[in-house]
Write a protein that binds this ligand. Sequence first.
Ligand code: MG
Ligand code: MG
Length: 629
Amino acid sequence: MKTSIATVSISGNLREKLDAIAKVGFDGIEIFEQDFIADTGTPREIGNMIRDHGLEITLFQPFRDFEGLTGDARTRAFDRAKYKFDTMVELGTDLILVCSSTRPDSLGGIDRAADDFNELGQIAAERNLRVGYEALAWGRHVNDHRDAWEIVRRADHPNIGLILDSFHTLARKIDPNTIRRIPSDKIFFVQLADAPLIDMDFLYWSRHFRNMPGEGDLAVTEFMQAVAATGYDGPISLEIFNDQFRGGHPEGLARDGYRSLVALMDDVKRAEPDIKIEVPSIPERVTVEGVEFIEFATSGEEATALAQLLKSMGFAHAGDHISKNVALWKQGDIHVVLNQETTGFAHSAYVTQGTTICDVGLNVGNAAATSHRATALGAATFDQPVGPGEMDIPAIRSVGGSVMHFIDDQSGLSDVWSVEFTKSTDKPVTGAGLRRIDHVAETMNYDEMLSWSLFYTSIFDMHRTPMVDVIDPDGLVRSQAIKTRDGGARITLNGAETHRTLAGSFLAESFGGAVQHVAFATDDIFATARHMAAHGFEPLPMTGNYYNDLQARFGLETDQLGQMKDLSILYDEDADGAFYQFYSRPFGGGLFFEIVQRIGDYDGYGAPNAPFRIAAQKRLMRPKGMPRR
Ligand code: MG
Ligand code: MG
């Protein structure tokens, strides 16, 4: 399998793009004319520069509005083609993309187009070049790969073939399995793009909203399965036009692209084990049982206050690390680690961000396989020297430069708590009845959400749920949950566009995003809230208006509503069940805890309550004496 990416897919100037694309492991690029028109080098110099990066030019594009013309217009189209062919020879590439015409004066007619391509094939053959024809979803007469294939078939020239593009086929809801009837030697090139399902004009949708395979809603895997079934083994190339990507970081985008291709081809190989295509063999998507631990980097007074908060929530100080200034706090199946070391990763996280969640540990089916799959998908491993008596637990870099560790039962890694920690208590801690981590909420820039959702869904057996808008009094925050099928592990990604939102101001203080809150699950939220109140926990106070509105919306029992008001418990319900939640007050620059109870099959996160929760947090966080603008 040869991997390729169109230079338009990522940001930067041509040289920056090439550096990024080569670095993450692509074999080649599709070059867009604009890229070298803007560059100071001659086509020959640019071609050499690309090859010096270890990259091949897999395709030259685009050539528009060629077929179906008559008279002078037809002559001019052939002249343009010859000019482009000369450029291709200079660049050192042999394949050009011709997309179906959108010209109002093109005539249509399968045979007319076939004749045009036969003639073009002869001109191309003289220069040892090949021409690939692509049906644009908005082409004037040809907008379906089946018609493009018929034109190529009738053109009947060895230098004329078909180019398939998942967007054009899937946007028009054309059955990708129709590709299975095309002979592989006539498929010259395959372009891949995904896109969110939005009902809009094809051209606008394509030029602004394409994204990497796996980031959108199109059946790109099914499309690629059909391509692979033909026996096609040429380049697979990402062609992504996306407004967000144009302002993104070239290397990050290139890495996401490479990750999406490797994950896609792995899915294709698993779905069609008999295909010829050569795909690196990597472990399959990893099962996540749950979140095993969260680790705070903290120090001094902040550490004391955090320990006090945990105590009021029913956690017990369950042990200390054998050689480090690291304490373990436990309740139910929850492990909270407080790291006060003055060297190492946690310390540097504390120095830059203050008290922060620097590390999240996932309990997975197989920790070694997780690490193997993650690195094959381009994730950066995280290593820190292992001290005497410590276990070497696999880890990678995660959101905002934080670390993610993998623990499993089969390799004994889940024994870390007894191996690395002295047991000041090994009794089960019931505390306030918190049982497990329900979800971990990560805050990031809105621009980074696609990238991190791809990170989770490509490495783990987790899927996205639809994005919801969370209304902050000062702007919009978008929230996307990533979860395992059984809900055993849930991670919510919250994308802020402005620093005036609560999420945005956290982002500004945490230098690029991280875990902002962690939610613990209880089976009896009223008992939990009372236990915690009796131990000095102060919940985030909600307004009287909130409860009046709740009464009006859901008609709750007066007695129950009174208790909820006393304990500052929020409520939501939908067709699947009900949801209770309450929050801690913010600490350490905007972090907070949440307590939840899910009733029935409620699968959400209380999004309708978020504006009131955020307003309450902002009231507490606003510096005293500073009037709100
Ligand atoms: Mg295309
Ligand atoms: Mg939450």
